[in-house]
Structure formats: structure tokens, C-alpha cells
Design a protein around this ligand. Sequence first.
Ligand code: FES
Ligand code: FES
Length: 199
Amino acid sequence: MPDPARMELSLTVNGERRTVSVAPMARLLDVLREALGLTGTKEGCGEGECGACAVILDGELVNSCLVVAAQARGAAVTTVEGLLADGEPGALQRAFVAHGAAQCGICTPGMLVAARCFLDGGAPATGEAVREAIAGNLCRCTGYVKIVEAIQDAAGMEGGAGGGAAVPEGRALAASGGAGSGGGSGGGDGLGPPAAGRP
Ligand code: FES
Ligand code: FES
């Protein structure tokens, strides 16, 4: 007999059709991590502020801690695990490694997913555009400069316009408070309001 406290949820995750039994008000974040075992997606704040839990839902970047599972019914979800190409890191992940754009790593899955969503959109990877793309993703460690450079390099490797461009002059991400390790909680990082417009 069906459990009235559970619901069947079918969705496509990283190209694979999955059906799980979940509580109706379960968060997509928990469906991914606990029901599907995709622990690459991280929980930071749990309230839509940090972007650590970012995934792509039907082509849009969302914070999965704010998405109720039922909202994902029938949807296509891409997590950080889905960014691998034939099981190998692609240009984006390699660029993060090459630039030292990950330190503690808690923000990295969300950063990669946000960057992937941006690069897939095909917009020129100017410094400003990249910073806007990751505006909802907070990093306590890197100061953002290496992350922006990595995304621009990945754009170049993937053939996108603007890829490989230097980080724009005077863009004081670091100087505005995000520099260095332990650079605060991400507030005052010069990236603008976090998660603007992101569910
Ligand atoms: S854990 Fe979802 S935005 Fe922070
Ligand atoms: S690498 Fe530590 S929070 Fe970004």
C-alpha cells in the first residue's frame, strides 16, 4: 500500500531517467544527495544565499536548497557530476585546477555548475559577465579572481567568445574584501547581491 507521506518523483538527472520515493516537501538538494547519492552538490547555508547547492534545472541555474522536489517533477537536472565528459573532467574543471580556483572546495561544485550554465548560454566571457554569472556563489577562500580567470580560460578552450581574456583591469574583487584565504563570509565581495533572481 502506498505510503501517503511519500510521493513518486520522476525526473531526468544528468541525462538519466530516475524515479524515487520522497516526502512531498523534500528539497531537491536532499533528493539529489540522499535519494540519488549525488553528493557532489553541497549544502552551505540552506537558505538560498551561498550557491553551494546550485544545479541546472531545465536550463536554469537554481539553488536546489530552495526547490521543493515536486517542482522538479519531469524536469531535467544537471549536477556537478553531470559535467564530466565520458567520466573525465572537461575544460572547465581542468581550468579550475590549473588556476588554483578551488581551495577548501565547498563552493566549487556550485561554481562549476554556475559557470557551465553561463558558458552554455554562449555569451562572451568578459570579466563582468563571468562575475555576474557567479554572483550568487559565495567563496570564502579564493578571492574570486582565480575563479573568474578559470572560467574565462575554459571559455577560450571551448571556443567561446571572450575566453582567455585577462581579468579586467582594476576589477577589485580581491581589494573589495574577498581576497585571500578566510576572506570573510562572502558579504562585501564586490559580486553584488547573491543569488539575484535565482530560485
Ligand atoms: S545551500 Fe543552497 S544556497 Fe546555500
Ligand atoms: S574554495 Fe573554499 S569556499 Fe570557495
